[in-house]
Design a protein around this ligand. Structure first.
Ligand SMILES: [Zn+2]
Length: 201
C-alpha cells in the first residue's frame, strides 16, 4: 500500500489523518486503562490519566472486574509514607520510578506503571506483604512531583529514603539503620532492595 496517495486515484486515498489518529489514540488509551485497572487503579486515577470518557472507563472497569468501581477517593495522608515499614516500600518504589524516568524510555503514567510492576516484583521475591496499592503509589508520585516529599541520603548506609520536604533534620538515618523498637522481627528485604537500585544511592 502506498504511503503517499496519488491525486489521480482518489478512491485509494487513506482515511483523513485526524480520524486515523483518533482511532489509534483511542486504542492506546483503552490499553492504558486496561493495564491500570489490572494493577488496581481507582476510577479517579483513571479519569486523571486516561483520555477516555468517564462512562467508558466505568464500563471497562465493570467488564474487567465484574463489579462497579468503588466511589470516592481513599484519603492517603502524606505522613504514612514516612512511617517505618511504609517508608521502606515507598522509598523502594520511588527510587524505581526515578530510575525509570532517568533512563528516559518512558515518563508520566507509563513510568509509574513500570515502577509499580518493579515494586510488586521485589516485594513478591522478598515474600513481603504488598503494602502500597497502585492508587496509593500514584498519590506518592504526585506528592513527590509536587515537592511535598523528597529523598534524603542516610548518613549510615548511603541509601536514599523518603522524608518530608524541607525536613529540618540535616543528617538523616534510615529505618534500616535505626529501626524503631516496635519493628521487632520485620524483614529488611524491601529496605535492602532500595540500596540495590542503580541511582538509588
Ligand atoms: Zn541507612
Amino acid at each position: 500500500m502506498n504511503a503517499l496517495p496519488q491525486a489521480s486515484t482518489p478512491l485509494s486515498s487513506p482515511m483523513p489523518a485526524p480520524a486515523r489518529k483518533s482511532v489509534l489514540q483511542d486504542v492506546e488509551q483503552t490499553r492504558l486503562a486496561i493495564e491500570m485497572i489490572a494493577q488496581g487503579a481507582r476510577l479517579q486515577v483513571l479519569e486523571s490519566e486516561v483520555a477516555l470518557p468517564r462512562v467508558r472507563l466505568i464500563r471497562l472497569y465493570k467488564e474487567l472486574c465484574g463489579v462497579s468501581p468503588p466511589k470516592g477517593m481513599l484519603p492517603f495522608p502524606i505522613d504514612w509514607f514516612v512511617t517505618w515499614r511504609p517508608n521502606a516500600h515507598a522509598s523502594l518504589l520511588l527510587c524505581a520510578y526515578r530510575f525509570i524516568v532517568a533512563q528516559g524510555q518512558v515518563d508520566g503514567i507509563h513510568a509509574m506503571l513500570s515502577s509499580y510492576r518493579l515494586y510488586r516484583e521485589y516485594v513478591s521475591q522478598a515474600d513481603e506483604e504488598l503494602l502500597i496499592s497502585f492508587t496509593r503509589a500514584w498519590t506518592l508520585v504526585r506528592f513527590y512531583e509536587r515537592g511535598m516529599l523528597e529523598l534524603a541520603r542516610c548518613r549510615t548506609c548511603g541509601g536514599q529514603y523518603l522524608v518530608h520536604a524541607h525536613d529540618p533534620r540535616r543528617r538523616h538515618v534510615c529505618g534500616l539503620c535505626e529501626p524503631p523498637a516496635r519493628a521487632g522481627k520485620t524483614r529488611k528485604a524491601p529496605m535492602q532492595a532500595v540500596q540495590h537500585i542503580p541511582h538509588a544511592r
